[in-house]
Design a protein around this ligand. Structure first.
Ligand SMILES: [Zn+2]
Ligand SMILES: [Zn+2]
Length: 280
């Protein structure tokens, strides 16, 4: 499955529209997204949640171009028996014709599951993604070295995808890009104190950045703290455009191409680290 090239469209590459937070006014949320020019989104499904799976048909009806990704989040790594994870995630991938495995990864900030368990569950899903030739959507928090180690060990040099809600430093950005990965920026890049992150957004090669909302989380400035929704991906795009010296139209077209490279049929080139010519 690939996205049709449409440079005037905007895509929110990471949102949780199947969550409880959107049940009451999903139609209005989607209408606002479309009005804002956000024609597409990747909806992240929690593979362990039967409730989210039940909402897929309604989501599809309301937003036919919506794509899905499915995975077992590190927060829930202890909720499913390790030998069941691959079967469970495979089932949801098939049910939804998913374009990616995710979100998956390691979260050592909350440590909701033991770290060894998180690592095993992450590794199995990386292997699954590689076997299916699907990208991964990675959630990595305070776990940079182990995240890279799992990708290197279990990706067999073929893992690709995106570090979602990227908040890492320059070293992690370079490590991710040199492995062929994309960095996805969320509303955090709009926060007043996020100068270091905006530096990364300026540095990242032109073909390696994406924008997302992570709705309902991470509302961009100035609505910080409220419920987020896909329409607000525009604010993230505007910040990235400003950092990189692009017009909104140029940024939008680039974001679209990059999303297509990750979630469409054509894998991105690997190992390239070119330096952008634009400045913040
Ligand atoms: Zn996440
Ligand atoms: Zn998320």
């Amino acid at each position: 499955m690939s996205f049709e090239p449409c440079p005037s469209s905007l895509i929110d590459t990471h949102c949780h529209l199947a969550g409880d937070e959107f049940v009451d006014d999903l139609e209005a949320v989607i209408a606002r997204a479309l009005e804002a020019g956000v024609t597409d989104a990747v909806c992240i499904l929690d593979a362990a949640s039967g409730v989210e799976r039940q909402r897929v048909d309604r989501l599809r009806q309301l937003w036919p171009s919506l794509r899905f990704a499915a995975g077992l989040h590190p927060h829930h790594a202890a909720q499913v028996a390790a030998d069941e994870v691959t079967r469970l995630v495979s089932e949801v991938l098939a049910q939804t014709s998913a374009v990616a495995v995710g979100e998956i990864g390691l979260d050592y900030h909350y440590d909701f599951a033991p770290r060894e368990v998180q690592q095993v569950i992450f590794a199995d899903q990386v292997a699954l993604a590689v076997a299916r030739d699907l990208p991964v959507v990675i959630h990595s928090r305070e776990a940079d070295a182990d995240t890279l180690a799992v990708l290197d060990t279990h990706g067999g040099g073929r893992a690709r995808g995106v570090f979602h809600c990227f908040t890492g430093d320059q070293a992690l950005a370079e490590a991710a890009v040199s492995r062929g990965f994309h960095l996805s920026f969320s509303g955090i890049v709009t926060f007043p104190r996020a100068d270091a992150l905006r530096e990364v957004a300026r540095w990242v090669p032109a073909d390696r950045w994406l924008v997302e909302t992570d709705s309902p989380y991470l509302a961009p400035a100035p609505r910080r703290g409220g419920r987020n929704e896909p329409a607000r991906v525009q604010a993230v795009l505007e910040t990235i455009a400003r950092c990189r010296g692009l017009s909104i139209e140029e940024a939008q077209a680039q974001a679209w191409r990059n999303a297509n490279a990750v979630f469409g049929a054509t894998p991105p080139s690997r190992g390239r680290v070119d330096t952008p010519t634009t400045m913040c």
